[in-house]
Design a protein around this ligand. Structure first.
Ligand code: GAL
Length: 416
């Protein structure tokens, strides 16, 4: 039943493997990195561990953003069979730490000086109650645009810097008979775009009020209605087959020149690189128009499930490997993300990676580094999922913008 790297596994199939227990000398890692670029990055980690004599039992659960992985995890833990290590986003770490399920990594963190080198915005999630409970492997952000350079050049389109320029550019692409916006109609993908659209429409203070403070006034405001109106506009640029499409297949449309743009986190870059494409030559990366100064971040972190009183040697090896500076470079140059440490040079990163690192530092210094709502860094999963439902219902035409705004206020209130 157990499958190898890069092969997707449905939640149901994954559950059927739940009798598995990691043996001494290996770690079992539950994750959702099943696309080509993601699997290539994961191989960097797997190889690193294997060199140290630590075996890898792969537990992939397909589904971008990790929603399905979290469902499988809950079932595994309920069955008394937690995996050794688990990929997590933001508030999910806190939720499991509150349940007392995660191993204390303080000893390793102290030895390796994590307090000094991990950005504080990440530590908020890596630590619970003064204890390190997760090791951050990267920093991604959601407010990126990915574009096929040849398509833009052919149509004489300059990189758009405002909402109006973006719409004019997409009109040109559509007019030329190509798909303007490559998108996969899945709730988490719709909401990834919503992250950027709300930031662009309302600015950082509005974004924080709405999605971090969950202020009902901001959630129910005219600005939020305008953001929904913009989502309706974007809906006009996707192709007829967008529904249910996986994010990496949408990226492939841009890679192949079938579409001009994708609005997606920088894990998309992993797909371009995996296809042998070069930033600046084959594809462009730039911030979603109107969010040039902001970084809506999410960080993938690995937490170790308690196996006994202390962290096992294999778990410790995994945590150390993740945080090593050379690994952070090797991994993040493939994954599309940037290092989760402040003391790593950008030398080996490509142009998009260098920009990502510079943007992160600048946003951190100017108070513009803000947790992604769509990727679990603004609120716990209950709230996030409630927002997903409204955004996706609106994107699919079930609600008009006015209804979406009032549904949003109600859904968030109920979910808290
Ligand atoms: C994000 C995660 C990324 C990438 C993406 C799509 O939530 O942080 O590492 O895996 O989902 O699967």
């Amino acid at each position: 039943m157990r499958r190898k790297f890069g092969v997707t596994m449905t939640a149901a199939a994954a559950l059927m493997t739940s009798a598995f227990v990691a043996n001494a000398g290996e770690v079992e890692v539950l994750h959702w990195w099943t696309s080509g670029g993601e699997a290539a990055a994961l191989n960097v980690l797997k190889d690193d561990l294997e060199k140290q004599g630590v075996g890898w039992q792969d537990m992939p659960v397909a589904g971008g953003g990790g929603t399905q992985a979290m469902t499988v995890l809950r079932a595994r833990v309920t069955a008394g069979n937690a995996p050794t290590a688990v990929q997590f986003l933001g508030f999910d770490i806190t939720d499991w730490a509150k349940e007392g399920a995660l191993a204390n990594l303080n000893e390793i963190a102290a030895e390796e000086n994590w307090d000094e080198v991990v950005p504080k915005a990440l530590q908020k999630f890596s630590k619970y109650d003064g204890k390190w409970v997760a090791a951050p492997v990267n920093v991604h952000s959601t407010n990126w645009v990915w574009a096929n350079k040849a398509v833009l050049d052919e149509l004489g389109i300059a990189q758009p810097t405002t909402w109006d320029e973006l719409i004019a550019a997409m009109d040109k692409v559509k007019g030329a008979g190509k798909v303007a916006l490559a998108h996969g109609g899945q709730a988490w993908q719709d909401t990834t775009i919503f992250d950027a659209v709300v930031m662009s429409t309302g600015g950082p203070d509005f974004f924080k009020k709405a999605f971090i403070d969950l202020d009902p006034e901001a959630l129910g405001s005219d600005t939020m209605k305008e953001a929904f109106d913009r989502m309706s506009v974007l809906r006009g640029y996707v192709d007829d087959n967008f529904s249910g499409r996986d994010w990496n297949l949408a990226t492939a449309m841009v890679i192949n020149g079938d579409a001009a743009f994708q609005f997606m986190g920088d894990w998309a870059k992993g797909e371009f690189l995996n296809a042998g494409k070069k930033p600046g030559e084959d594809f462009l990366c730039f911030r979603f128009p109107g969010t040039q100064d902001q970084v809506t971040f999410n960080s993938d972190q690995f937490a170790m499930f308690k196996q006994g009183d202390t962290v096992s040697e294999d778990q410790a090896a995994l945590a150390k490997a993740i945080m090593s500076p050379s690994f952070q470079i090797a991994f993040n140059t493939v994954k599309g993300s940037v290092p989760a440490r402040t003391d790593v040079s950008d030398e080996e990163f490509d142009a998009c990676g260098k920009k990502g690192m510079a943007d992160l530092a600048a946003a951190n210094a100017s108070g513009n580094l803000i947790g992604s709502m769509a990727h679990g860094h603004a609120n716990p999963a209950a709230v996030k999922n409630a927002i997903y439902d409204v955004v996706t219902a609106h994107f699919n035409g079930e609600y008009d913008s006015e209804t979406a705004v009032s549904e949003l206020v109600t859904a968030v209130e109920i979910a808290q």
